[in-house]
Design a binder for this molecule. Sequence first.
Ligand code: MEV
Length: 323
Amino acid sequence: MTGAIGAASLPLSARAPGKCIVFGEHAVVHGGPELLFAVDLTTQLFLRPGARAQLNGDPAAPERHPYFRAALAQPWAPRTPLEVQAVSRIPRGAGLGSSAAFCAAFAAGGSALGGGVDRAGLAQRSFDIERTAQGVGSPGDTSAAVAGGFLTVNAPGSGPTLWSVRDGPRTWDVRRVDDPGWVWIVAHSGIPRATGDAVRSVSARLRAPDGPELLEQFARVAREGIAAMAAGDRAAVGARMAENQQLLREVGVSHPRLEALLDAVAPNVDGAKLTGAGAGGSIVALPRPGAEVEAVRRLARAGGLPFVVRPARDGAELVGPPA
Ligand code: MEV
């Protein structure tokens, strides 16, 4: 994970990983359990003093870029005008945590300028930026960007508590769980989507009379999936991924392009489902050992942008001054 963020001065650089949700997206916003991991694709920010705040050379970004605007509005944000350069390997709008990585990297850099912060404080600050920008959501994505590795949210007993994140009267407990050491594939459909819109539409769907029953199904599937992963049972994890995908279809966030990718990769995997907010974005697949290359080929032939991903060991961190 790496420890507290220490004090630093400008210029500085900070980076944070993206994430991949295995179980429980959307339901986590309503208190359900979630399992996710930080992926080895990162966003790196370079912070320098400037005449006025800007992002990637755009002086309108403090008004126009929702996450940059939200970051600058935080009570702990540096008052010095910052020129920020962002370099990211995480596709944007792909459900892979590009915005969470931006928030966590900014929170790490901005907190260093304010004298430093511990990991729990960094998780809270990163979530506060994302929550301000999106207006809705859970702290799962930003916690993965801060913690690295595998973690659960709202899953009592799954592992040691890392921290609790607050949103007004609500609290989410974030726990560390073991990496089973498997190889994962994510594939971007190329259809961009907005997390906030998807979260609002699922929330509306869950207000229907069968909403509580659906939420209970999401929770059961995630709990069983978390237990199956702890037991190293790939077949059971795959079966729960299929059940989770069916529930995500029922709440309206699958997409024909995601379904095409799931169909294409089915012969080579133990399990696959959409990952993140859906309605576009990406799928995550657990390829059978030895079938990784064929799975990637099939996904590319079906029009996806596949990546083989491993869990990122480290969460958000300072990486020294820019060259
Ligand atoms: C988005 O990556 C995950 C959602 O559950 C939203 C959230 O938890 O903030 C859809």
